[in-house]
Design a protein around this ligand. Structure first.
Ligand SMILES: C[S@@+](CC[C@H](N)C(=O)[O-])C[C@H]1O[C@@H](n2cnc3c(N)ncnc32)[C@H](O)[C@@H]1O
Length: 276
């Protein structure tokens, strides 16, 4: 039996992406609404950029649309970088590195470092801030959002976990619901961000609170058979009907367990720091 983390499963990632497209109508609208740092195009056009925690390269691909001079995608996961290399063009270069040791790998200075949906995962955020500072040109910027991880993967109900485990087991796969190497991080508050930044030479160029959570009802609606493309997409990806349906079942079971007040994603802020 092999072990497979959902987080490093490109098929699962693409299934989630299909769900988001369904929610937002188009992936581009989702990107701009949910990935705050992408709203600030002036930090990418004609700039040298590092995409920190680029994962499967979806953020890198989006930034490429704004025509950076060059972009280096950095992630700690080789598996994800394999997907990133596949979905982007030659203007993007990818290097495996942990953000906490960025300067070991990125020797050049760049205009912009961006961390989209990844800052909350960094175990040593102050260390990362200092590493990023080192990689930036004078006057360069570090953009990031302070979102938490998506809750369904962290808080799957017992019934959903069982459905997931059964589906996976029938395929000889042992699924890890929570990536053991990167447990959920607490949300960064404005206060904690300001305290962190105060320990560096960065100045806060902007701090924007943006509540663009979407509710479980919205997600539930898109997971309802007949409306959703989620299971269909999973089926196209995996070619396995039972497995695809099980994914939909556990997503629904998990969402229904929650109270209406709970949300699947919660973002705190989009932060732009400037190197003095
Ligand atoms: C939610 S994904 C975001 C990926 C991408 N930026 C996007 O928006 O699609 C978070 C990524 O951060 C990476 N990551 C987490 N901690 C990291 C660290 N300390 N150093 C480098 N990458 C890290 C994970 O491997 C994962 O690919």
């Amino acid at each position: 039996m092999n072990t497979k983390s959902l987080f490093v499963d490109p098929e699962f990632a693409e299934g989630c992406e299909a769900m988001l497209i369904h929610l937002y109508g188009s992936f581009e609208i989702y990107e701009h609404q949910a990935w705050g740092p992408l709203l600030f195009q002036e930090y990418y056009a004609g700039k040298t950029v590092v995409d920190l925690g680029c994962g499967t390269g979806t953020s890198t691909k989006s930034i490429l649309k704004f025509n950076p001079t060059c972009i280096i995608g950095i992630d700690g996961s080789d598996t994800l970088l394999t997907v990133a290399r596949r979905i982007t063009d030659k203007r993007a270069e990818f290097r495996k590195a942990w953000a906490e040791r960025l300067t070991d790998t990125v020797k050049e200075s760049v205009d912009t470092v961006v961390a989209i949906q990844s800052f909350a995962y960094f175990e040593k955020p102050l260390r990362v801030l200092k590493q990023v500072y080192h990689c930036l040109n004078a006057g360069g910027h570090f953009l990031f959002d302070t979102c938490i991880q998506n809750q369904p993967l962290q808080t799957l109900s017992a019934i959903a976990q069982e459905a997931f485990a059964n589906a996976a087991e029938s395929h000889g796969i042992e699924l890890q619901i929570t990536p053991p190497e990167k447990p959920a991080q607490p949300v960064h508050s404005e206060d904690s961000i300001r305290k962190l930044v105060a320990e560096t030479n960065f100045e806060i160029a902007s701090y924007t609170e943006k509540d663009n959570r979407y509710s479980q009802q919205q997600v539930l609606a898109c997971l309802t058979p007949g409306i959703t493309s989620f299971e269909e997409h999973m089926y196209r990806m995996t070619g396995d009907k039972d497995f695809s349906l099980s994914l939909g079942v556990c997503a629904r079971a998990n969402i229904q367990r929650n109270t209406p007040e709970q949300y699947l994603f919660q973002r705190n802020a989009f932060v732009i720091l400037k190197k003095r």
